[in-house]
Every structure is written in structure tokens, then in C-alpha cells.
Design a protein around this ligand. Structure first.
Ligand code: GRF
Length: 201
């Protein structure tokens, strides 16, 4: 069983999907820690409800991004974390953090990367007028949503869509895609060569 930490700033519905998959033994890993930069993040509550360690670290108490990340990395290492899953964590990780967990940090993004990176991926795609968007699980490197892509799922855009309705269907895809990518990692089935992430037997 791999030890997983989920980092989230908000609602944590992806966290919920990961927890449910873990409870149903659909992923051979356990969420050992949930960490947030927001004291009121619903994600923390979801962890507490299950007696999973829920940790709030206040960025305001650190001198800058790297200082904060050093504190986060220390907690993750102390908890023997092998996979860090970002699920709506609204902070860009410093090079220090990324190099502390090489190809061990994943993120989920609500668009088909490399299109529409950054915040508001759903809105950007809708405003651009694409007919197909979706979601992407990728490894995290030092860029903004630029790391090797692990899995993607397409979601068609319909004419009547608003940001909310499109995001809702993308969310539904995310709840399938993220646990699947995590399970591949837990079973040591992911191999990265350059930008390409291969699934090995
Ligand atoms: C998801 O849409 C994810 O793609 C993006 O942030 C959102 C998080 O939603 N990175 P939730 O907190 O898991 O509900």
C-alpha cells in the first residue's frame, strides 16, 4: 500500500472520489494525510470525518513560497508519503517542492492540456469555443500545468453549456480519471520517458 497525501484548497470532491476508491480497494494506496492552505477547506472536514490526519498550514506564517513549501515537504516526508496528489490546490509549487518528490506529484486539471492551463480552465475553453474539452491528470514539474500527461478524458461541449454545467460534467470525468491514474502509480505501472508517460504491464 502506497501512502498518499492529498493537497486541496477547496471543496475536495476529487479528494472524496479518491477516498471512496481507496475504501472500495480500487486503489492500492491509502490517503494518510490531507493538507490545505485554507482553514475552511471542506477537504479538511472530509478527512477528519474519516479520522485521516487533516493539516492546515497557513501561508501567511511563512516568509515566502519556498519557506512554506519546506514546511509542507517536511510534514510529507515525516508521514512517509510516496505520492502527493494535488486536488484543487491553488498554489504553484516551488522548485524545492518539485525536486523533493520527482515524478511523485500529480495534478488534475479541468481541460485537455496543453490547452487552457492555469486557473479557470473550464471558462477559458468555453469562451474559446472548443467543441470538446475534458480533464487531464499529469505529473507536476516546475511549470504551470506543464508536466508529463498521465491520462486524459474528453468531455463534449454542448451549445447550452455554462461554466457550471460544463464543469459539472468535467468533474464527473475527473472522479473516474484521478483514481485510475493513482492506481496505476500505486501499482508501479507508470514510466516517464522525456515528456511521454507510458503505462507498462
Ligand atoms: C477540479 O476541477 C480540478 O480539476 C481543479 O480544481 C477543481 C477541484 O475541485 N484542479 P474539488 O475541490 O475537487 O471539488
Amino acid at each position: 500500500m502506497k501512502r498518499i497525501a492529498v493537497l486541496a484548497s477547496g471543496r475536495g470532491t476529487n479528494l472524496e472520489a479518491i477516498l471512496k476508491a481507496s475504501e472500495k480497494a480500487e486503489i492500492s494506496g491509502e490517503v494518510a494525510l490531507v493538507l490545505s492552505d485554507q482553514p475552511e477547506a471542506q477537504a479538511l472536514e472530509r478527512a477528519r470525518r474519516r479520522n485521516i490526519e487533516a493539516l492546515y498550514l497557513n501561508p501567511g506564517e511563512y516568509r515566502g513560497r519556498e519557506d512554506y513549501d519546506r514546511a509542507v515537504v517536511e510534514r510529507l516526508k515525516t508521514a512517509d508519503i510516496e505520492l502527493v496528489a494535488l486536488a484543487g490546490f491553488m498554489r504553484l509549487l516551488s522548485p524545492y517542492f518539485v525536486s523533493a518528490f520527482p515524478m511523485q506529484i500529480m495534478n488534475i486539471h479541468p481541460a485537455l492540456l496543453p490547452a487552457f492551463p492555469g486557473v479557470d480552465g473550464v471558462e477559458q475553453a468555453l469562451n474559446y469555443g472548443v467543441k470538446v474539452s475534458g480533464c487531464t491528470v499529469h505529473f507536476v514539474d516546475e511549470g504551470l500545468d506543464t508536466g508529463p500527461i498521465i491520462l486524459q478524458e474528453a468531455v463534449p461541449v454542448i451549445q447550452e453549456d455554462t461554466v457550471e454545467t460544463l464543469h459539472e460534467r468535467i468533474h464527473a470525468a475527473e472522479y473516474r480519471l484521478y483514481p485510475t491514474a493513482i492506481e496505476l502509480f500505486c501499482r508501479d505501472k507508470l514510466k516517464v520517458e522525456g515528456r511521454r508517460c507510458m503505462i507498462i504491464d
